[in-house]
Design a protein around this ligand. Structure first.
Ligand code: HEM
Length: 152
């Protein structure tokens, strides 16, 4: 049986849209927890969770959203929608994220099961914050697109 619509708070949503919404909320929560793990010097857990959240977002949710943009909204630049800025900011965040991950591996120091970032890894912290800011902007634009499309 194919589910045509999922009903939430008076909205009749397509199942794939619910998948995107819950998936991106999950990535947001994982990024926030990974950030606090770094702040509390849990470097090993921080790096596993950041990698998992980043890769799930980049390899699963973002490609599916891009494909959906084509089927539901037509061709680039999707006139009359905010999909183009959403895509540009998400691509910028992705590029910053890749560089930041490489910097993480370059500068990290492992001592047994623990992982630290020496002072010369400062750039990883700065770019990491920039990544989180850019990712959050893309997330908010996505939320606005969702609300404009689905809220009656
Ligand atoms: C997109 C992925 C990542 C982001 C956004 C990110 C972001 C950050 C940020 C913002 C901090 C500083 C937190 C603070 O204010 O104290 C930090 C610290 C750190 N990161 Fe990452 N990171 C990422 C991936 C990685 C990876 C892949 C590694 C290791 C290979 C890594 C290793 C570390 C370590 C060891 C610290 C220091 C933790 C401590 O203070 O003891 N990070 N990261």
């Amino acid at each position: 049986m194919r589910i045509e619509r999922v009903y939430i708070f008076g909205m009749a949503l397509e199942p794939i849209v619910v998948f995107f919404l819950l998936g991106e909320l999950g990535v947001l929560v994982a990024l926030a927890i990974a950030y606090f793990l770094a702040r509390y010097h849990k470097g090993t857990a921080h790096h596993y969770l950041m990698l998992a959240a980043f890769l799930a977002d980049l390899l699963v949710f973002k490609p599916l959203m891009y494909s959906r943009a084509g089927t539901a909204w037509g061709a680039f630049p999707w006139d009359g929608t905010r999909i183009a800025p959403h895509l540009f900011v998400a691509a910028l965040a992705g590029a910053i994220g890749v560089i930041d991950i490489l910097l993480g591996f370059k500068y990290r120091v492992k001592k047994g099961p623990k992982m630290f970032m020496p002072p010369k890894g400062r750039l990883h912290r700065t770019l990491g914050l920039l990544f989180l800011a850019a990712w959050s902007v893309a997330f908010v634009i996505g939320l606005v697109i969702f609300l404009e499309t689905w809220v009656p």
